[in-house]
Design a protein around this ligand. Structure first.
Ligand SMILES: [Zn+2]
Length: 216
C-alpha cells in the first residue's frame, strides 16, 4: 500500500488547497504494519501535531497538515482500499507456482518412463554379450536368464516408486502456494485462479475486505 497525496488529480488521495504541492506526501505501511507519512519535498511542508516532518510513523488520531490544509488520515485510508502494488506482486507467485508444478510433473514422468523401459533393453544387451562369450557357457546363460526375468520387474518397481514421489513434492509447493497466493489485505487464499482473471475482478470478493487489486 502506497497512497500518494497531493493536489494533482492522479494522486491516490487528492487534497486541494493553495498550500498543497502537486505531489505532497506519501502514506504507507512499513513491514511491521506501522503507518508512515513521508513528505515528498513539498513547498510548504508536512506537519504532524504541529511539528514539521520529513518521514514519521503516525497514528490515525494525529493532527496532520499538508501546508495549511488538514488531512484526515482515516478518510485517506477509507477511500484508499488500495492494495494494487501488493496484488501485482502476486503475479510472480502464480507464475512460479505453475512453472514449478509443470517442471515437477514432467521431470517425474520422464524419470518414471526411463526407469520402466531401460530394463527391457538389458536382456537384448545380455543376449549380444552371450553370443560373443560363446554358446555353451552354462553360467553366462543362467545369469542372462536371471537378468531377463528380473530386470523388467525391478524397472517396474523403480518406476512405480519414482511416480509415487510426485505427490509429496507437489504437496510441498501447494502448501507454499496457499500461504503466498492470498489477498494482501484479508489474507484469503485466492485458489488456483490465474492472476490475470483475478485482476479483472479488480477487488477482493470477500465482503468485509473489498481491497482494491486493480484500478478501474
Ligand atoms: Zn481480501
Amino acid at each position: 500500500m502506497k497512497i500518494k497525496i497531493g493536489k494533482a488529480n492522479d494522486n491516490d488521495f487528492v487534497l486541494k488547497g493553495p498550500s498543497v504541492s502537486r505531489y505532497h506526501a506519501i502514506l504507507f505501511r512499513n513491514p511491521k504494519g506501522t503507518l508512515i507519512l513521508e513528505d515528498l519535498h513539498s513547498t510548504n511542508g508536512t506537519f504532524v501535531d504541529g511539528s514539521q516532518i520529513l518521514r514519521k510513523p503516525i497514528r490515525i488520531t494525529d493532527q496532520i497538515k499538508l501546508g495549511d490544509e488538514k488531512l484526515d488520515i482515516r478518510q485517506v485510508l477509507r477511500e484508499n482500499n488500495n492494495y494494487i502494488e501488493e496484488f501485482n506482486a502476486l503475479k510472480q507467485v502464480y507464475d512460479d507456482y505453475i512453472k514449478e508444478k509443470v517442471r515437477i510433473q514432467s521431470s517425474n514422468q520422464f524419470k518414471t518412463r526411463l526407469l520402466q523401459s531401460l530394463p527391457f533393453a538389458l536382456p537384448g544387451v545380455v543376449g549380444v554379450l552371450l553370443s560373443f562369450a560363446g554358446k555353451g557357457n552354462h553360467s553366462i546363460f543362467v545369469i542372462s536368464l536371471i537378468i531377463t526375468i528380473l530386470a523388467p520387474t525391478i524397472g517396474i518397481y523403480l518406476g512405480a516408486k519414482q511416480s509415487a514421489k510426485t505427490p509429496g513434492k507437489l504437496q510441498a509447493i501447494n502448501n507454499q502456494f496457499k500461504i503466498k497466493y492470498v489477498c494482501p489485505k484479508c489474507g484469503t487464499f485466492l485458489g488456483e485462479i490465474p492472476w490475470e482473471s483475478l485482476r479483472n475482478r479488480k477487488r477482493c470478493p470477500v465482503s468485509s475486505c473489498k481491497a482494491i487489486w486493480a484500478k478501474d
